[in-house]
Design a protein around this ligand. Structure first.
Ligand code: SF4
Ligand code: SF4
Length: 96
């Protein structure tokens, strides 16, 4: 018995009693941690990393001044070099 009067249950290694295991945080292995760090966290949306804006050498990308506003493209300046598409970590930019 513990201090609260609950029944103390001694489980054999690997044995699960009831459904308590459903809420258990079993943690991650080292390999799983590495996989998680590589996972895209944006689901295809722009996450305002500024990379496209920094890499465009033709000033064809307009960085918004407010959070939540999407980046704009000045197509008259764009040479179609695809650097912005290649550097975007989210797959947000598509070239037509
Ligand atoms: S394709 Fe090249 S020139 Fe056009 S916006 Fe992207 S980086 Fe700039
Ligand atoms: S590189 Fe992609 S994610 Fe980063 S600001 Fe440009 S469009 Fe957004």
């Amino acid at each position: 018995m513990d201090q609260a009067g609950n029944r103390a249950v001694a489980l054999a290694p690997g044995r699960v009693e009831g459904h308590f295991w459903l809420g258990a945080n079993l943690g991650l292995t080292a390999d799983q941690v590495v996989q998680e760090t590589r996972r895209c966290m944006s689901c295809g949306y722009c996450m305002d990393c500024e990379k496209c804006w920094m890499y465009c050498q033709d000033q064809a990308i307009e960085k918004p001044m407010q959070r939540g506003v999407v980046y704009g493209w000045k197509l008259q300046n764009c040479t179609g070099c695809s650097k912005c598409k290649e550097i975007c970590p989210c797959g947000y930019i598509e070239m037509a």
